[in-house]
Structures are given as structure tokens and as C-alpha cells.
Design a protein around this ligand. Structure first.
Ligand SMILES: Nc1nc2c(ncn2[C@@H]2O[C@H](COP(=O)(O)OP(=O)(O)OP(=O)(O)O)[C@@H](O)[C@H]2O)c(=O)[nH]1
Ligand SMILES: [Mg+2]
Length: 469
């Protein structure tokens, strides 16, 4: 028989231990939000913040999150403190979205960060006592292009060169890389270090990456700073490229110079960035513009899957060596989300979710191998449309209706049927639907007013609810 008179003291001890653990953990969570350019990072973070602030009083702002939680009693954005990153400009973004002529925030390339303080009622022992705690939520917005540099840390210039050149010699890259490949294939095996040659090779390689991105809409483009510069200017450490040369010659050889620059790029650019970002991040949000990839055709679609798989493998699996030291805090949750789901009516959104899952196979597996809980979903951070059913050729068709940015006209839009599984080669058609750019819906900048969305409540629940207990 337990001695029941000891129960309150045991309870106090458990509470004290819990409080101590909370202090040691600093009771905080850091979310890193990434995705390739245009994936929807800035809009996602702005909507998440505004809707979290609104949730304190408005249970409909993030409906399933609030229904499940019921403990949020206060929320505010924290002052910037002494952060080394640019401040995420929530209010500026809201002003743009809520302007007289509503618009979308401008593209960003810098890393931006902000912090929220969420005050919530915590259940005490045996759910009798409740007290208020504060969870600090750090949110960082960083370019997904730079995440593609992570796998480079485990390679050297020679292995990266071999892998990259093999990829460039295959379609769809081969045609876009022809000039660069002809250049490297002309280099003599014992080419001497010559700055003009190094610069020319670097410029040709960069031009080839940009063509792969802009013309073929490919994603697996390394190094990331070659396509998404970091604002620190052009500098010699960037002047390298992959070449079919052996880096075993003397100090005066071109291959030695290129290998040195690759190494310095990894040590002086990539590593410090991930140390600063991941040193404190423990939840990762990966946003994917899957609809655009689908729209851009099989090469763009497959390449996006490849890029996701390779970065998640680098993040997830290999914890030893350089990456292990660099990522001291494990990702315990990874959310993969296909954005801009308001381009699809409800009936097609489930298909997009199925397609995302099928595409993520490798990436999800890699994250799971690292013991992270993963979730995938489709969402619209800012819902710019409503669903409507129209009759066309005597059948009912579900469409979305929104106001175009260009002409301010209400239009009905049908993106076509979304396949539930990755299309086979024969399923792709050459027809392309033109996607209109919709105006954001009416939004207020006042704190506490919600932004219409799809599934942001499910995202908030996955990312935060377990910590607000
Ligand atoms: N309709 C709709 N459009 C969206 C939504 N989210 C993003 N967009 C569109 O996608 C564009 C890019 O969104 P951003 O949030 O700026 O994307 P980003 O990932 O921050 O892009 P970069 O800053 O260039 O890296 C926006 O300008 C909008 O046109 C959404 O929820 N609904
Ligand atoms: Mg942005």
C-alpha cells in the first residue's frame, strides 16, 4: 500500500523537477523555415505570427490549434535584442498585404529572424493547479538554396566535381551546360593555376546553374550561394567550379586552387551559417511550391524531389563527423508543406497532399531515420480564393475564385486534375495552364485580427501544441 500522506510531497518534487527542466531548456523552441525562392516562406511566417497573436482572443484564427490547446493567454512579438540576423519585418509585411492595393511582400534573400513570447496556462500536478508559463518561439527565415550546401560539407572538391559533372552530362542539364562542359573538357590535365581561367570557369558554371534554374526550373543546384548570393559580394573564395581534374598536383595547379576555394567556401561560408542557424534550431519547416513544380513538368518535378531527398539525408542521417558537431541539437520535428493550396478547390487539395507524400518518400525516410517526427500537409498561408462549383459541358467542376493582381478582376480558376501519385513519363502533357496571381484577401494590420488561411492551424498544432502543456 503506498503511503498516501507522501503524495503531496512527491507531487511538489515532480513539479520542482519539471520547473528545473523547463529552466534548463530555456523553455523555448526554434523554428527554421526554409524553401526555395518563391516557395512562400515570408508569407507563411507573417501569417503564422499574426494568427498566433489573434488566437489569444479569437478561437477561429487557428481553429484546430485553439480547440486542442485552450491554454494560450497571451502572445507578443519580442523586441529584437542583439540578434546577428536581420529582423523579420512582420509589421511591414502586414502593411503590404493589407494595403489599399493589397500586394505580396517582396522577395527576400537575407536570413531573417524574430521571436514570439507565448504565454500559456500550464496544468500543474494532477491537473489541479494551473500557472502561467512563457514559451519563446524563435522563427528564422532562410533560403532553401543554402540548405543545398549542407551535403557539400561531407564532400571534397574532387568528389563534388565527379558527382556534379556526371549530373551535368545528363539531360535535361546537358543542353544547358554545353558551353561550360566544353570549357572544362578543354582544360589540360595538368592545367596551371591561372586566375583568368578560374574566373571564366566560375562565370560559365554560374551561368549554367542560372539557366538550369530559370529555363528548366531545376532545384538541385550547388553551391547555393551561386544562385542565391548572400549579399556579401563577389569574392575570390567563390571563384571555383567543378572540373575533371585530379587535385593531387602541386600548389601551382588549377585543380589545387579550385579545391582550396571549395574547401574555404565550406569552412568560411557554409559552416558558420549553419552553426549560427542550427545551433539553436530544433524544428524545421520545409515549404515546397509543389503546384509550380508540377506545372513546370517532369524534370522540374523530379529534380525537386532529388533536392529534398539529398538535403534531408544530410540533415538527418549522418550525425558523426562535421555534421554531427555542427548540428548539436537534433531536429525533433520536421514539417513538409506544399504551399499555395488556395489555387485548388477542396476536392483537389487531398490529391496534392497524396502527391506530396509520394514525392517526399526519400526525404521523409531520412528525417525519420534521425528520429524526427515528420508530417506533411498542404496549406495556404494566406487564402486568396474561395471555392465554387460551376457547370461546364453538363458536368459540375470545382473551381476557385479570386481577384487578379494585374487587373483587379474576379476570375474563376481551374488548375486541372491533380494526380495523387507522381505522374509516369507518358502522363505528362505539354499543355500548360497559366496561373493567375491573386490579390491577397482583405486583411487588417491590427494585432488580434486573423488572416484567412488553409491548414495553418494544423501546422501550428504540429509545431507548437506539444510544448504548450
Ligand atoms: N495565393 C497565394 N499565394 C501565395 C501564398 N503564399 C505565397 N504566395 C505567392 O507566392 C509568392 C512568394 O511568396 P513568399 O512568401 O515571398 O516566398 P519566399 O519563399 O519568401 O520567397 P523568397 O523571399 O524569394 O525566397 C508571393 O509573392 C505570392 O504571390 C498563399 O498562401 N496563397
Ligand atoms: Mg521571402
Amino acid at each position: 500500500m503506498p503511503n498516501t500522506s507522501n503524495l503531496p510531497r512527491i507531487g511538489q518534487a515532480i513539479e520542482a523537477a519539471r520547473r528545473l527542466a523547463a529552466q534548463q531548456l530555456d523553455w523555448r523552441v526554434d523554428l527554421a523555415v526554409t524553401g526555395l525562392s518563391g516557395a512562400g516562406k515570408t508569407v507563411f511566417i507573417t501569417s503564422l505570427i499574426q494568427n498566433l497573436l489573434a488566437s489569444v482572443r479569437d478561437p477561429l484564427a487557428l481553429e484546430s490549434f485553439v480547440a486542442h490547446e485552450r491554454s494560450l493567454v497571451g502572445a507578443e512579438e519580442r523586441p529584437a535584442g542583439a540578434s546577428e540576423f536581420e529582423l523579420f519585418p512582420t509589421m511591414e509585411n502586414l502593411r503590404v498585404l493589407a494595403g489599399e492595393r493589397p500586394a505580396w511582400p517582396t522577395p527576400t534573400s537575407a536570413v531573417r529572424r524574430t521571436e514570439l513570447a507565448l504565454r500559456y496556462r500550464r496544468r500543474g500536478l494532477l491537473r489541479r493547479v494551473s500557472e502561467t508559463s512563457v514559451l519563446t518561439v524563435g522563427i528564422t527565415d532562410y533560403p532553401g538554396e543554402w540548405l543545398l550546401d549542407l551535403p557539400l560539407l561531407e564532400e571534397d572538391w574532387s568528389s563534388w566535381s565527379r558527382r556534379t559533372l556526371a549530373l551535368l552530362r545528363e539531360p535535361p542539364r546537358a543542353a544547358l551546360a554545353a558551353e561550360f562542359l566544353a570549357f572544362v573538357d578543354r582544360l589540360p590535365a595538368d592545367a596551371v593555376a591561372n586566375e583568368a581561367v578560374a574566373r571564366e570557369g566560375h562565370e560559365l558554371y554560374r551561368a549554367c546553374l542560372l539557366r538550369c534554374r530559370n529555363e528548366a526550373k531545376l532545384s538541385m543546384l550547388q553551391p547555393g550561394r551561386f544562385v542565391q548570393p548572400d549579399g556579401q559580394g563577389d569574392r575570390p573564395l567563390l571563384w571555383f567550379f567543378p572540373a575533371p581534374l585530379e587535385a593531387t598536383g602541386g600548389a601551382d595547379k588549377l585543380a589545387t586552387l579550385l579545391a582550396l576555394r571549395f574547401d574555404q567556401y565550406c569552412r568560411k561560408v557554409v559552416e558558420p551559417f549553419f552553426r549560427a542557424t542550427f545551433g539553436r534550431t530544433n524544428r524545421q519547416v520545409v515549404l515546397v511550391d509543389l503546384l509550380s513544380a508540377l506545372h513546370d513538368g517532369p524534370d522540374a518535378f523530379d529534380d525537386l524531389g532529388h533536392a529534398l531527398g539529398s538535403t534531408m539525408a544530410a540533415l538527418g542521417v549522418r550525425r558523426g563527423g562535421v555534421l554531427g558537431a555542427l548540428l548539436p541539437r537534433r531536429f525533433d520535428r520536421v514539417l513538409f508543406a506544399a504551399t499555395k493550396a488556395d489555387y485548388l478547390p477542396g476536392s483537389e487539395r487531398a490529391n496534392l497532399a497524396g502527391l506530396l507524400d509520394a514525392m517526399l518518400g526519400r526525404a521523409q525516410l531520412a528525417a525519420k531515420t534521425a528520429n524526427a517526427t515528420t508530417r506533411s500537409m498542404v496549406l495556404a498561408s494566406v487564402r486568396a480564393t474561395i471555392d465554387e462549383r460551376v457547370r461546364a459541358n453538363s458536368t459540375d467542376v470545382d473551381v476557385v475564385v479570386g481577384t487578379t493582381m494585374s487587373e483587379g478582376k474576379r476570375v474563376k480558376f481551374w488548375a486541372g486534375r491533380i494526380p495523387r501519385n507522381p505522374p509516369r513519363a507518358s502522363d505528362w502533357t505539354v499543355e500548360r495552364v497559366t496561373f493567375p496571381r491573386f490579390q491577397p484577401p482583405p486583411i487588417s494590420t491590427a494585432v488580434g485580427t486573423r488572416i484567412p488561411h488553409i491548414n495553418m492551424d494544423a501546422a501550428a498544432r504540429f509545431l507548437l501544441a506539444d510544448l504548450l502543456r
